[in-house]
Ligand binder design. Structure first.
Ligand code: SF4
Length: 325
């Protein structure tokens, strides 16, 4: 077993924190040492998360037509994709979809909308009604991902009963200019801060494999750590034809597992959920995402791409002798 992995695992299990440079050393391990890293991350996950996993599901409640130019996204009007746009779905349709997701095994459900943020009064009222109905009909915390947020709107959603807010920073600050020009990194960081200050449980992570370096993956981790986010969703680029990232070469499966494992070292006690791009990028190594330190994944379809059958994921979890929390 790698001395570095043993030393840092013991440090984390003893209540310590790894440094930025130590995280860079971990994510840069190569060859057989990668499996030492994965095994060590598994040890940390098992210590703090036991054999429990969470399963998130989402609805794309308002699709396409987005004026922002995020380079990975098929919903941007700046890119030539064949996405079908539609306006904000009515509350009842969202609640029915959430009920179906729970019946299929999901433990969390997030309402996601395209666009810079929600600012129209009509949409704010409709979403507030949805959050209220969600709480009346379902016995789990409501979650939403609605873009950039101001405090006034955040407090309206909080008063309507929304419990969790999701907003990805997407990538490291030093790489963000390659991904988006229509909003700033600071605006996204502010949204996370506002969501925290409004009292939401905040879920924030990114997309890996967009051309950033391993060091920049660690940079994102330490920004999220500083922001004290509660849960970290990790996506791996599924290049969509017609977007500027359509030809980016995919990350290798072991590169992905190293990234997940390093994040578990940085966030020993937080929820780490593997989301978009896992099927296409990890292929037969999907089950190893949990051994590499994740304690959650997404069930069903992603925002604009299809996931695999829920039954296959539930069987994978059962075969690993993990339990849905
Ligand atoms: S990621 Fe969100 S903000 Fe960016 S283009 Fe897509 S829908 Fe718009």
């Amino acid at each position: 077993m790698s001395d570095l992995c043993i030393k840092l695992k013991d440090k984390v299990l003893g209540g310590g924190e790894i440094t930025f440079e130590e995280a860079v050393e971990l994510i840069c391990l190569e060859g057989p040492l990668v499996f030492d890293l994965i095994a060590s991350a598994n040890w940390i996950r098992n210590t703090y998360k036991k054999n429990k996993v969470i399963l998130c599901s989402i609805i794309n409640a308002k699709c396409g037509g987005c004026p922002e130019d995020c380079a990975f996204c098929s919903q941007s009007v700046h890119h030539q994709t064949d996405i079908a746009s539609y306006p904000l779905l009515p509350s009842d349709e969202i609640i029915d979809t959430a009920k179906k997701a729970f019946s299929e095994g999901a433990t969390e459900f997030s309402i996601v909308t395209s666009g810079r943020g929600i600012s129209e009064e009509k949409e704010i009222s409709s979403l507030a009604e949805t959050f209220s109905k969600f709480n009346e009909n379902l016995n789990i915390p409501s979650c939403a991902s609605l873009g950039l947020l101001d405090l006034d709107t955040a407090l309206k959603f909080k008063a309507a009963g929304l419990k969790n807010y999701h907003h990805n920073l997407e990538t490291a600050k030093s790489f963000f200019q390659n991904i988006c020009s229509t909003h700033t990194y600071e605006e996204s960081v502010d949204t996370v801060r506002i969501a925290k200050s409004a009292g939401f449980r905040v879920c924030s992570g990114g997309i890996f494999g967009m051309g950033e370096s391993p060091r920049q993956r660690v940079e994102l981790a330490f920004i999220l750590k500083e922001l004290d986010v509660d849960s970290i969703p990790m996506n791996f680029l599924n290049p969509i034809p017609g977007t500027p990232l359509e030809s980016i070469p995919p990350l290798k499966p072991l590169e992905i597992l190293k990234t997940i494992a390093t994040y578990r070292f940085v966030f020993p006690k937080r929820d780490i959920t593997i989301c978009g791009g896992r099927e296409i990028n990890l292929r037969d190594l999907q089950a190893l995402m949990f051994i590499a330190g994740a304690n959650g994944t997404m069930l069903g379809n992603y925002l604009t791409t299809r996931g695999r059958a829920s039954q296959a994921d539930l069987q994978m979890i059962k075969d690993l002798e993990l339990e849905v929390d």
